[in-house]
Design a protein around this ligand. Structure first.
Ligand code: KIV
Length: 269
């Protein structure tokens, strides 16, 4: 046996056990390089299908394919050692039947080495979540504003403004928890509703544009680094890396034009 102490990755049950305790910290990442910077600081990393827009310039998450999620998932797993890696199931990969969802989720786990998948939807997905969990696939739920359904939702709208809709959100949260999900993302939801759901269900809630009362928070990495243009209103930019990149690239361009770069030492390493 190796004399080195292997740092064990967080697991889905370890995240579930954090319910009601120290808030769960998470971010998205799509590449090995960025994931390795995030890894020491978070409990889990989500390879979100937001990569369609952020990394591939798509208009929505709808065109994201299973193969694309697997390619990015594999990269993120290879760049990390500590955080649980969760890979999003893209639109069209889990809605048809629990059996086809299982086949696709199994591909994600086998081909990326990740520890869990995430899928969008509440009560309507409960049967699929149960089917996957009973067959060994940890599932994170995602309710409230679900970007894959914005065509039927009529756009990116904060959920729960009308109190009459709360029972539906409560039923979704309970259905996902009772089906065996280990945690659930609450996206784009009025704060009071997100806090209420957090109190009512037995699994951790992970908020994004929801409430500080959630059991944890997630942000799209490029949003909080100030790299994406027009991030959602709720996003706090923790460092303006976008303008730092702009300055660095401008300096580089100028030094190439002035023949100040490369310098004389051209040793490769
Ligand atoms: O795709 C994604 O990045 C997500 C998060 C916003 C939760 O689902």
């Amino acid at each position: 046996m190796s004399r080195h102490t292997r740092i064990k990755r967080r697991t889905a049950p370890a995240i579930a056990a954090m319910k009601g305790g120290v808030p769960i910290v998470s971010l998205t990442a799509y590449s090995a390089c960025m994931a390795s910077l995030v890894d020491p600081h978070v409990d889990f990393i989500l390879v979100g299908d937001s990569l369609g827009m952020v990394a591939h310039g798509m208009d929505s998450t709808t065109p994201v394919s299973l193969d694309l999620m697997i390619a990015h998932g594999r990269a993120v797993v290879s760049g990390t050692s500590k955080a649980l890696i969760i890979v999003d199931m893209p639109f069209g990969s889990y809605e048809e039947s629990p059996e086809s969802a299982f086949r696709n989720a199994a591909r994600i786990l086998k081909e990326t080495g990740c520890g869990a998948v995430k899928l969008e939807g509440g009560a309507r997905c409960a049967e699929t979540i149960r089917f996957l969990v009973e067959r060994g696939i940890p599932v994170m739920g995602h309710i409230g504003l679900t970007p894959q359904s914005t065509h039927v939702m009529g756009g990116f709208k904060t959920q729960g403004r009308d109190r009459d809709t709360w029972p539906d959100h409560q039923a979704d949260a309970q259905a996902v928890a009772q089906a065996g999900a280990f945690a659930v993302v609450l996206e784009g939801m009025v704060e009071e509703l997100a806090a209420k759901l957090t109190q009512e269900i037995a699994i951790p809630t992970i908020g994004i544009g929801a409430s500080p009362a959630c059991d944890g928070q997630i942000l799209v990495l490029e949003d909080m680094l100030g790299i994406t243009r027009n991030p959602p209103k709720f996003v706090k930019v923790f460092a303006d890396i976008g303008s730092q990149i702009d300055t660095a690239v401008e300096r580089y361009a100028q030094s190439v034009k002035d023949r100040r770069f490369p310098t004389e030492d051209q040793t490769y390493r």
